[in-house]
Design a protein around this ligand. Structure first.
Ligand SMILES: Nc1ncnc2c1ncn2[C@@H]1O[C@H](COP(=O)(O)OP(=O)(O)O)[C@@H](O)[C@H]1O
Ligand SMILES: [Mg+2]
Length: 360
């Protein structure tokens, strides 16, 4: 139990205020009084009470309005309604608005003690849950840091060494061994990409990656992404085309994550494509929105799988040789939503897929 809780009594009836104060003070709690809703609200802001006893019928601001307001301000405050006309309807309404319990007038000292005790137990539980939630969040953040340092760094070091060996920097090696090492290197690259996706996802979820918004030029971002993906496109024999009108709006956004968003979508368009396929990227301004459509004529996605592709780790198992973490689209969606935008998909098997990104 609370050793010393902070309790506020809001009632226009002096006798009730004083008797409440007397009974509750006996239990060592700190008690403050207010004789109307406005003063009550002011005191709530000042003292941050654990529990508030509120009279339903008061001149000026009535109890219901007060309960509603307090609940909006801080839904963790326990509110107990004191009511002289205890109808079921009024009690239900108060509880709907956020009250925890109610105490019909006239009440005995013992009834008051029981109701406040129960309310404070509830308050304690809420605070404990909140502390646990924060601890869990902290653990999660630590875990992300741990993964990035303890897993990614050594992998990157192994990769570095493999590269040195395959490039002949540690002396000549037989072709056969070189090929094995190159295969190892591919697998490690894939692992590093998976860890990067996973870290990015966590950072986006905690809001760490999208704190700063600035005016960004989508043409620059899309051109950069295309330049970076050119080698992959060449390897897959896929043509990339960018169509941008003369005039298009600048948007407020976060450069790094927008780059990530379009990389994921264009990368998919290349990966899930056929030889001599194409990925067509168009940008246009539509009213208050900028629309970027990424259209490919690749393998397509079965209709029944479309609702699932934005889920974390989900992959349509069509071609097992195409590697990926299954996180790309979920990351892209979160980035679009953090920009108050959206992503939609249209697809037809063996015809192609179009992802449409709308950004305000
Ligand atoms: N342009 C596309 N054409 C066909 N299938 C796609 C396309 N983009 C995404 N997909 C499907 O959606 C799944 C999820 O995509 P994504 O989240 O980027 O994960 P990953 O590419 O790492 O597998 C992919 O595994 C693939 O099956
Ligand atoms: Mg992908």
């Amino acid at each position: 139990m609370f050793d010393k809780a902070k309790i506020l009594v809001i009632d226009d009836d002096e006798v009730i205020r004083d008797s409440c104060k007397q009974i509750i003070s006996e239990q060592n709690h700190q008690v403050e009084l207010a004789n109307n809703g406005h003063i009550g609200l002011q005191k709530i802001n000042e003292m941050k009470p654990d529990l508030v006893l509120i009279d339903l019928k008061m001149p000026g601001m009535d109890g219901m309005t007060l309960i509603d307001t307090v609940h909006q301000l801080d839904s963790n405050v326990i509110m107990i309604v004191i009511t002289g006309y205890a109808t079921i309807e009024s009690a239900v309404e108060a509880i709907k608005l956020g009250a925890y319990d109610f105490l019909p007038k006239p009440f005995t000292p013992n009834e008051l003690r029981i109701v406040t005790k129960r309310g404070l137990e509830r308050r304690k539980l809420i605070l404990e849950t909140e502390t646990l939630r924060k601890e869990k969040e902290k653990l999660r953040e630590n875990f992300i840091t741990l993964v990035s340092h303890e897993l990614r760094s050594p992998l990157a070091a192994v990769q570095q060494n493999l590269m040195a060996i395959t490039k002949g920097m540690a002396g000549m090696i037989p072709e056969k061994i070189k090929n094995i090492l190159l295969k190892m290197s591919t697998r490690i690259n894939y692992l590093i990409a998976l860890i990067n996706d996973w870290l990015n996802m966590s950072r986006i979820e905690t809001g760490e990656l999208i704190r700063e918004m600035e005016p960004v030029d989508l043409k620059v971002i899309l051109s950069d992404v295309i330049d970076q993906l050119k080698p992959l496109a060449k390897e897959k024999q896929v043509t990339l085309q960018l169509h941008i009108p003369e005039k298009y709006p600048e948007i407020m956004g976060n450069r790094e994550t927008l780059q990530m968003l379009f990389t994921n979508l264009i990368d998919n368009g290349i990966k899930y494509n056929k030889n001599n396929g194409m990925v067509d990227i168009t940008l246009e301004g539509i009213g208050d929105y900028t629309k970027v459509a990424i259209r490919d004529n690749g393998i397509g996605i079965p209709k029944e799988k479309l609702p699932l592709i934005f889920e974390q780790f989900y992959r349509v198992k069509q071609d097992v040789s195409i590697q990926g973490s299954g996180l790309g689209l979920s990351i892209a969606k979160q980035i679009a939503e953090a920009h108050y935008g959206s992503i939609e998909v249209q697809s037809e098997i063996n015809v192609g897929t179009t992802f449409t990104v709308l950004l305000p």
